[in-house]
Design a protein around this ligand. Structure first.
Ligand code: PEP
Ligand code: MN
Length: 397
């Protein structure tokens, strides 16, 4: 409702809520709740991202493609957070550079879909849009959009943050927060009611998470998601796929980071192992020439999704590795900073991506394929990628 009644702008990928009155009730309730993440913590993250933008640190963002509700998911979030922290330590020690770990968690409950419906055996139902909208089960009841799910999303995010805060901090880390959290700000009926205003300064921020990003499917310059991100003080990201043009990116820097402040804007490039060499150099060159201090991060997952046996989506570590290597090499050649990674991963021993030092084969995919959406690196594969990153980012001697 908020996304559409604000009106002027089209917002892609929003659900068809069945009942406007229920939606209005939930939006009002969300508006009364305390922010999940305070502005001061978003500002602290932004300062760390500024160091990354200046070439003095790396961002390591990771977590599930789609988080789920329920106790099992809370436990998995803990092991995912622990894995991410360990990866950050590996990269930081190996590459001798500060690493900023950023969970893709405590809010990643809404998904963009390439098709609005899903068909199985001649039955067509609305697509799963994430637990904050509808259910994963293939029944009409599950797939009906239910605004009350946004209240559960808030509650689950709060409980996830509580669990993360209880994890042991890094040496010397007295913040009580072992990592900051982020998610795609897709569902505007959830995001807008959670905007809060700092009384002292009048600054407005998204209280739904420390960092939010705009997806590849919703980064239209005149769309509702870009407008939302322009209104908040949090550090924000934009996914950048192979069809992006330099003019689009320049326009995004003007809308989202008009003051050119390091740490405010991150471009998360997700090109595919092939396309990256064609597309990325021109984009980086033109954005850099404009003087924008944007942070460049590689998402080597979303441009490298393949269909495996049984129709399961998978990703090959070989493709992921190739895109990361190309990303680092391109930035080195241009004299710009390859600022880090954005990965879909879990601390659980799933069999969703193929390869690794404890390899998962194509035939293994059916063993423990538990993702609600895209295939994630398991814990071992995630650590493999951390050792790769430590190697690639190690200063030349
Ligand atoms: C995602 O991050 O899960 C996603 C849908 O990515 P993208 O917007 O880059 O396609
Ligand atoms: Mn995904």
């Amino acid at each position: 409702m908020i996304g559409t009644t604000l009106g002027v702008l089209q917002s892609a990928q929003q659900p068809d809520w069945p009942d406007p009155d229920t939606l209005a009730t939930v939006v009002d309730l969300l508006g009364e709740l305390p922010p999940l993440t305070p502005l001061a913590e978003s500002d602290a993250l932004r300062a760390r991202l500024a160091a990354a933008a200046r070439g003095e640190a790396l961002l390591l963002q990771g977590g599930h493609c789609a988080e789920e509700f329920g106790e099992r998911a809370l436990g998995e979030a803990e092991s995912t957070a622990t894995t991410l922290r360990q990866m950050a330590e590996i990269v930081s020690y190996g590459a001798a550079v500060p690493v900023v770990p950023l969970g893709r968690m405590a809010g990643q409950y809404a998904k963009p879909r390439s098709k609005p419906t899903e068909e199985r055996d001649g039955v067509e139902l609305p697509a799963y849009r994430g637990d904050s909208v509808n259910g994963l089960g293939f029944t009409a009841a599950d797939r009906a959009a239910d605004p009350w799910r946004m209240m559960t999303a808030y509650g689950t995010a709060a409980r996830t943050l509580d669990r993360i805060r209880l994890l042991p901090g890094a040496d010397g880390d007295t913040s009580g927060l072992p990592l900051h959290v982020s998610h795609e700000a897709l569902l505007l009926d959830y995001e807008y009611p959670l905007i809060r205003t700092d009384e002292a300064t009048g600054r407005r921020w998204a209280g739904s998470g420390h960092f939010v990003w705009i997806g590849e499917r919703t980064r239209q310059l005149d769309g509702g998601h870009v407008q939302f991100a322009a209104r908040i003080a949090n550090p924000v990201g934009v996914k950048v796929g192979p069809t992006a043009t330099a003019d689009e990116l320049l326009a995004l820097t003007e809308i989202l980071d008009p003051e050119g402040e390091p740490g405010r804007l991150t471009f998360i490039t997700r090109m595919g192992a092939e396309a990256i060499r064609e597309v990325l150099p021109g984009l980086v060159e033109k954005v850099t020439a404009s003087g924008s201090p944007v942070l460049w991060v590689s998402d080597p997952m979303h441009g490298n999704t393949r269909v495996g046996p049984g129709g399961r989506k998978t990703r090959l570590l070989d493709d992921i590795t190739a895109e990361i290597r190309a990303f680092v090499q391109i930035h080195r050649e241009l004299g710009t900073h390859p600022g880090g990674l954005h990965l879909e991963l879990t601390g659980a021993h799933v069999t969703e991506c193929v390869g690794g030092t404890d390899p998962v084969s194509l035939d293994d995919l059916g063993l423990r394929y538990t993702t609600a959406c895209d295939p994630r690196l398991n814990r071992g594969q995630a650590l493999d990628m951390a050792f790769l990153a430590a190697d690639l980012w190690r200063p030349a001697r």
